[in-house]
Design a protein around this ligand. Structure first.
Ligand code: NOJ
Ligand code: MG
Length: 548
């Protein structure tokens, strides 16, 4: 497939580079840094939303899908950015937040003013006869999923923040609006689209209470109708572009459903994001907890999905980081003694695997979670709600803050660290979110004498050069060895064995004979060569290519 050898870079515009000193990253700032992006050789950039938004959820509350929010720039800036990126060989992926709109969107405002046509765009329901909320559903950001619809006595559904009202996808007019928005951006030459929380658009017509002890999300997540709506949307918009690259954000999905979403014959999506591997440091499934990650669970998930998708013909996005996750290097690596090695190990573990690798801004220089000292440093609504909820459960401030430090989404939203100066070279003003460790980790230092950025360049180049990486099959390897995550990719007569030591201890791995004479394609340990029994230093990664 055309996109299998591509690598996508995720850029959080608010935190990339601020050109006008207002403390918020902007489109002109991105234009200023195109040479940097070009030097990494990524094929496409997924931009988090920069559409008009009151920013109650950092742009995922869109008030106008066809305009650039003034804090990020103008449409002329976007057009210039698109033109210059194209000249640099980089395509654009836009973030389509179509499960919900901001309550400031004109549709919601008209609905509030009494317009029946627009009321049918949302889920507006009366209270139960006893006066309680329409259903017992919970918002993913805490509290009930219903808020008063003006002073009508009715309520509107919001699965996320109170000011993100869920759209009623059963209404054909809503589906037409969605296609029209995508087509607006297609007309500007955009053919990459990321779809926010796509697998929750298929709520039942009649909304009912979740039974006791059943999480409400199981009632509306991954329902079969999502596939129908997706097929229709594709046919009416992005599906008409041969060079399209689309990715659906699918929380709590299954392998079988993901295969259905992405099998080429189904004409739905190019690929999907799932999050099971990023829940391996949750205590009893609870995100707001602090426990070391479970390596065996992580490996098991990576293998089961890798193999399951291969066998079923599905395609996944490969990623460790995004704007909703604390930095993976803090979770699965070692930011103390082995920051560089573990950054490279994490990179190789997914870039050599089957799927499309995503690099989240800053990963390529080994950025880590910020060293914040108080809740005042945090901005995200989710972190604030979670902190209050933890205190409400009787937890001490110290313990609750420790959990926020480990899990907050702001951890990855801190400004890109361009240099060692006070605001990390991100802004001349006051940054909207504070960087903390730029003295040690920054682009300038990395490009001058680091090795992580170069390692990423190498991985990106290899994917283009070797079909065994872009299109080979996936087979788990060495699962009997503790802390080893390894797999074999096969393409025709070529085989690639990838070994990753996910520990701070030396590990020995017996090699199958055919790999003992293999070529080292890439490694983060210069002196490592194949032998009958390999000794892998802490956080070592190596890719061995065997040509039959
Ligand atoms: C997923 C986005 O990645 C996240 O940042 C946002 O809060 C929710 N969807 C709601 O739009
Ligand atoms: Mg700015």
């Amino acid at each position: 497939m055309g996109f299998h050898n591509k690598v996508i870079y995720q850029l959080y515009p608010k935190s990339f580079y601020d050109s006008d000193g207002d403390g918020v990253g902007d489109l002109r700032g991105i234009i200023d840094k195109i040479d940097y992006l070009k030097s990494l050789h990524v094929d496409m950039i997924w931009f988090n939303p920069f559409f008009v938004s009151p920013q109650y959820d950092n742009g995922y509350d869109v008030a106008d899908y066809r305009q650039i929010d003034p804090r990020f720039g103008t449409m002329a800036d976007f057009d210039e950015l698109a033109k210059k990126l194209k000249a640099a060989g980089i395509d654009i992926m836009l973030d389509m937040v179509l499960n919900h709109t901001s309550t400031e969107h004109a549709w919601f405002q008209k609905a509030l003013a009494g317009d029946k046509h627009y009321q049918a765009y949302y889920y507006i329901r009366p209270p139960k006869p006893d006066g309680s909320l329409p259903t017992n559903w919970e918002s993913k950001f805490g509290g009930p999923a219903w808020a008063p619809f003006g002073d009508t006595g009715n309520y509107y559904l919001h699965l996320y923040e109170r000011r993100q009202a869920d759209l009623n996808w059963h209404n054909p007019a809503v589906r037409q609006e969605a296609a029209a928005i995508i087509n607006f951006w297609r007309a500007k030459g955009v053919h990459g689209f990321r779809f926010d929380v796509l697998n929750v658009i298929g709520k039942a017509d009649k909304l009912v209470d979740a039974p006791p002890s059943v999480a409400s999300k199981t009632l509306y997540t991954d329902t079969p109708i999502v596939q129908d709506y997706l097929k229709e949307l594709a046919a009416n918009s992005f599906g008409q572009d041969d060079n399209r690259v689309t990715v659906g954000e699918m929380s709590s999905t299954t392998i079988a459903n993901s295969i259905a979403y992405t099998k080429p014959d189904n004409h739905e999506l190019s690929m999907f994001f799932q999050f099971h591997h990023l829940k391996t440091d949750y205590k009893n499934g609870e995100k707001w907890s602090k426990v070391p990650y479970d390596f065996n669970a992580l490996r098991d998930i990576l293998h089961t999905w890798g193999q399951g998708l291969d066998q079923g013909g599905g395609w996944q996005a490969l990623f460790w980081n995004n704007h909703d996750q604390p930095r993976a290097i803090n979770r699965f690596g070692d930011v103390g003694q082995y920051r560089v090695k573990s950054a490279e190990l994490l990179a190789a573990a997914i870039h050599l695997s089957r799927g499309t690798p995503y690099i989240y801004m800053g990963e390529e220089i080994g950025m880590t979670d910020p060293d914040y000292t108080s809740m005042a440093d945090y901005v995200d609504v989710e972190a604030k709600n979670a902190y209050a909820a933890l205190l409400g459960k009787g937890m001490s401030e110290k313990e609750a803050f420790g959990i926020i430090l480990a899990k907050a989404r702001d951890n990855s939203r801190t400004p890109m660290q361009w240099d060692a100066s006070g605001h990390a070279g991100f802004t001349t003003g006051t940054p909207w979110l504070r960087p903390t460790n730029q003295a040690a980790i920054n682009v300038q230092a990395e490009l001058a004498h680091g090795e992580i950025f170069k390692f990423y360049q190498q991985l990106i180049a290899l994917r283009k050069q070797y079909p065994v990486i872009s299109d080979g099959s996936y087979t788990p390897f060495g699962t009997e060895i503790d802390r080893l995550y390894a797999y074999i990719r096969t393409y025709g007569t070529q085989q690639l064995l990838v070994l990753n030591n996910f520990s701070d201890k030396t590990m020995t791995v017996p090699l199958p004979e055919k790999f003992q004479t293999a070529k080292v394609l890439i490694t983060n340990e210069a002196t490592l060569t194949p032998t009958a029994t390999m000794t892998l230093p802490p956080y070592a990664t190596i890719g061995l290519l065997q040509k039959a």
